[in-house]
Design a protein around this ligand. Sequence first.
Ligand code: AMP
Length: 556
Amino acid sequence: MLGLMQEHPLLISSLLDFAERHHGDGEIVSRRVEGDIHRTTWAGIARRSRQLANSLESAAVEPSGRVGTIAWNGYRHLELYYGVSGSGRVLHTINPRLHPDQVAWIINHADDQLLCFDLSFLPLVQAVHARCPAVRQWVALCEEDKLPVDSGIPHLLSYEGWIGGASAHYDWPRFDENMASSMCYTSGTTGHPKAALYSHRSTLLHAYAAALPDAMGISSRDAVLPVVPMFHVNAWGIPYAGALTGCKLVFPGPALDGKSVYELIESESVSFAAGVPTVWQMLLEHMDTGGLRFSSLDRTVIGGAACPPSMLRAFKERYGVEVLHGWGMTEMSPLGTVCTLKKKHLDLPMEAQLQILQKQGRGLFGVEMKIVDAQGSELPWDGQARGDLLVKGPWVVQEYFKGDGGAPLVPDAQGRGWFPTGDVATIDADGYLQITDRSKDVIKSGGEWISSIDIENIAMAHPAVAMAACIGVPHPKWDERPIIVVVTRRGAQLTKAKLLEFYKGKAVARWQIPDDVIFVESIPLGATGKMLKTQLREQLKEHRLADRQAEVTTNG
Ligand code: AMP
């Protein structure tokens, strides 16, 4: 017997309708590429998204046609999120930090028909446009009078000129909620990137889950600053969760340095912010140097890469800001876990609570997880056994766009497909996930695994360390040994001996302590701000270790 409830597809346009009706005066504040602060509301976003939808009709972008964006976080990008997907086209957000060859490849692979870009990316567009013949129209996200003359891009339009004359009346079409809504290419470091193709249904379910109290806990009383870019995995779903909850949204535009982010948090009374550790590192450095305080920020979600416990402590102990450590990936829309305490943990001493909060957190409803050994057998949730992490759920990819990479899912005994995340993890009895490594970053010394994240976290706790990456280098006896590559804080003094001394007495076995410390000016970062450890491994593969460890590793 079927239930007798209304058939109502979960469509992205319904989020916008809801936002306009229920919190039409909710604020959307953006720092623009032009440098000024722009203010609008959900009603303004809804009106202009409809104008955009009409403009897409006029431009004859077909249903499910791809519209690319190369843009910072801002109100125009938000309109594209709603106008493109809401009208039945597919929003393709492009990471401008990728190499131009990769950007051109992605635009062509996605078959983008129209492409909107912020003026700061004009040089990138100039470098790629001639290689993207399928793009019928390039649109600069600016006023008509800011349109660059002699850009070299044929028929370049200004966004304001393009949508400005269009009608603000538009009836959002109703269609199957499983239709594609947006897409994002993985930040793969080898080979061509592959695209996750999100649906309206997956996006709405993810938005519901993201806003829940044990996830990001976003409400209409929040002012939310997504520093995490809208050009990668939909800014962790915040543009959708924002419409759903009616929170104020504050967009940082291109200004992601510590000073600019701090000023925006203070001037817009931001209560909740989201970003990767490297961004928060810049913010904390700025605050520490200037002796600054937060007057409104009470929590921040940190993910995309492991949040060092020292960062969690700095936010909590020095600034009274709660850190929600989150884990996910492009293929998961992206949220998988967020770390919050359970009721039974509330009476624990602060130190014990911090031990829990360092983990990547508990799976959201909608994400099933399991860890398996090399044979594919499921491992226990005991916080000790570590294995390859697999996930499944309604906002996890089934396969990649155009079938790239073949069938990614691993079937279990019941024939159900699980997505292999490529991460190695433990899960404890309370369901808290802890990522120990990306499987390709795992260090294997004398047959034993060393978690590069654990080793980095200890180095990051040293006051002189700004950034640390632990990688394995070849060793004749132990196959691999860990070394730590370190960037020191400005003006700080640190020696190899002092850092290695710092490992003593920490939660690390003696044989896991790195064999060498290499000081560098900077660590290579990928297009989403993550340390490129594969690149470091390549650079340092000839690195020869001193004899010290021959004696130390015998304890392993
Ligand atoms: P991306 O698809 O670019 O978002 O990258 C996803 C990958 O980033 C995951 O598979 C993890 O390896 C890594 N990652 C994301 N969040 C975390 C986290 N909190 N701790 C450790 N690794 C993370």
